[in-house]
Design a protein. Structure first.
Length: 253
């Protein structure tokens, strides 16, 4: 893996790429703020504007609360480093998962994958995500599943992962974690928040004893109402940035 480009300098930081870098760095820090990170593991990525099919991902070795716009690594579809950013290396498993979605889904401007405990717990549950809450019911029509095959180092798995994802925006990676994909970072993080919140609620509800399920009509109605879920990002993302600016600023450098 070789470095062939320089990070945009201060005069070029109004470009589309810099906006994506800033949003992705913010998303990393928000994941840490919500307690969903896993040391230096798991990954969030975003496609760089342009015809090259490059995408940005975290340097392998930085904690999520340390990520900045300029530390992100730019890679091509073969996993070669185009722009080194911080440490200049990426997690091979991260490349396998994220390259699969970016290559297989032209509409996937961002992809987010976590090992957060409640998400892993629900991914390992026999019945997966259940309609135990309004939040879960807003997710169900957007959700798919992918069976565990081992640590994602085998590039052959990409074909099966993208097949299982289909046209959905959320996925439970069985016995592994959660994944979301959207048109951009704000939309993808919004999907991630809803999916993680649904998993957290399910773990708590099932720990209390027998659960109550809503009617099939209520589930169908909520599924119909969920079709505009991605639009919530227009409200949530600016608020999330204000929260981050108050708690952990500095991501945009």
């Amino acid at each position: 893996m070789t470095k062939t480009e320089a990070i945009p300098d201060a005069d070029n930081r109004q470009t589309g790429e810099w906006q994506v870098r800033t949003e992705l760095a913010a998303a990393y820090r928000l994941v840490a703020l919500f307690g969903w990170d896993d040391l230096v593991f798991t990954h969030l990525s975003a496609r760089v504007p342009g015809p090259e099919h490059h995408f940005l991902i975290n340097p392998y070795g930085l904690l999520f609360h340390e990520i900045t716009a300029s530390s992100l690594v730019k890679v091509d579809r073969d996993g070669q480093v185009v722009q080194a950013g911080g440490l200049g290396r990426v997690n091979p498993a991260g490349f396998t998962i994220h390259s699969a979605v970016h290559m297989g889904r032209e509409d996937a401007g961002a992809v987010m994958h976590l090992h957060a405990a409640d998400g892993v717990a629900v991914s390992a549950h026999r019945d997966g995500l259940l309609p135990l809450s309004q939040t879960a019911m807003l997710c169900l029509d957007h959700l798919s599943y992918h069976d565990y095959e081992g640590v994602a180092l085998n590039l052959d798995e990409r074909e099966r992962l993208i097949r299982d994802l289909g046209d959905k925006s959320m996925m439970l990676l069985r016995n592994h974690g959660v994944l979301t994909a959207g048109k951009d970072v704000p939309e993808t993080f919004t999907y991630l928040y809803f999916l993680m919140k649904a998993c957290e609620i399910q773990v708590k509800a099932q720990s209390c004893g027998p659960t109550h399920l809503p009617s099939e009509q209520a589930i169908r109605t909520t599924a119909e109402q969920s079709q505009q879920l991605g639009m919530a990002a227009k409200l949530t993302w600016p608020a999330l940035l204000r929260l981050l600016d108050s708690k952990n600023p500095g991501y945009s450098v």
